[in-house]
Design a protein around this ligand. Structure first.
Ligand SMILES: C[S@@+](CC[C@H](N)C(=O)[O-])C[C@H]1O[C@@H](n2cnc3c(N)ncnc32)[C@H](O)[C@@H]1O
Length: 288
């Protein structure tokens, strides 16, 4: 198991690991799990941290007014504590990134300023601030704000000496032969992407595939410290990268495992201590 080289990591059993060892899910707090990985061992990180916005507000879902309650993990602990948390997990990411590795962090106004400040405080080199335009956002029910239609994705290299990887030609090709801009119009996850269950903040597969393609090569290790429904893992597997995801909630790890099983043809059987699963099809599909 390629990821279990560090002494302390050897003690932690993965929640799930694919037969080939190229798709691994860990249950736990990402600050602890990342602390158990070897330094400099990760090529690309995508992080979609808690937004800290489940504080009694309302939003619109499928045309209905519902309360914003994404889970205990999304409750704000106050500006100072939220920022301390962002610094801690970002520092853990920086330690495991390879010298030329990069991190993408997505977020709304609730969290992205703290993330940006923490990146600066820790000495990351910020490369781009990408605006993800959601194209079909839900309406704003209060009619007192502009409709929230975007998220910011910060892209940063480990430090000022990094020579980061950017698949410039591939991005240009995907943009009809023109330079890819930092404004990305991508619709929210399609229904088919939610057929194994719902995650309150699931990201679209197309968004993660663009990120994985832009900043990693096949065979490299992609990590998502807030794995959720495993969108990053599905993108990584589809594109022939290795994946390691972490989440606090076993329910979401199961969702990620089901999505991987559907993709890979590996039977979704219990994992820790379970016998090797049977293959029913190819381990991964070809990149689009
Ligand atoms: C915004 S969601 C990520 C959604 C994901 N990008 C997707 O496409 O499904 C954040 C996730 O982080 C998890 N989480 C929150 N705090 C965590 C922590 N300290 N360590 C690991 N996971 C955490 C939550 O359970 C939640 O699933």
């Amino acid at each position: 198991m390629y990821i279990l080289r560090a002494p302390r990591a050897a003690e932690r059993q993965p929640h799930f690991q694919s037969e080939a060892g190229d798709f691994t899910l860990f249950h736990g707090d990402c600050r602890e799990v990342l602390g158990e990985l070897p330094p400099g061992s990760v090529d690309l990180i995508f992080a979609d941290p808690p937004y800290f916005l489940s504080n009694g507000g309302v939003t619109c879902q499928s045309g209905r007014m519902v309360s914003v309650d994404k889970g205990a993990w999304d409750v704000s602990r106050g500006v100072e504590e939220n920022h301390a948390f962002n610094r801690e997990w970002l520092a853990a990411c920086q330690r495991v990134l390879s010298p030329n590795g990069t991190i993408f962090v997505s977020g709304t106004r609730h969290v992205i300023f703290s993330v940006g400040f923490a990146l600066q405080q820790l000495g990351f080199k910020v490369l781009n601030d990408i605006t993800w335009y959601k194209v079909t956002p839900p309406p704003n029910l209060s009619c007192r704000y502009f409709t929230h239609a975007t998220e910011t994705i910060l892209w940063a290299a480990r430090d000022s000496r990094s020579r980061h990887h950017f698949a410039y030609d591939r991005m240009k090709q995907d943009n009809g032969g023109k330079q890819m801009q930092s404004l990305w119009s991508i619709v929210p996850p399609l229904k088919a992407e939610k057929r194994f269950g719902k995650h309150p903040t699931q990201k679209p597969l197309a968004l993660l595939e663009r990120i994985v393609l832009a900043a990693s090569d096949p065979g490299q290790l992609v990590v998502d410290p807030f794995s959720g429904s495993g969108t990053t893992g599905v993108a990584a597997a589809r594109l022939g990268r290795r994946y390691l995801g972490v989440d606090l909630e076993p329910e979401y790890l199961e969702l990620a495992r089901s999505r991987y099983a559907d993709l890979s043809g590996e039977r979704s059987t219990p994992t820790v201590g379970a016998p090797a699963t049977e293959r029913r099809g190819p381990a991964r599909v070809q990149p689009r």
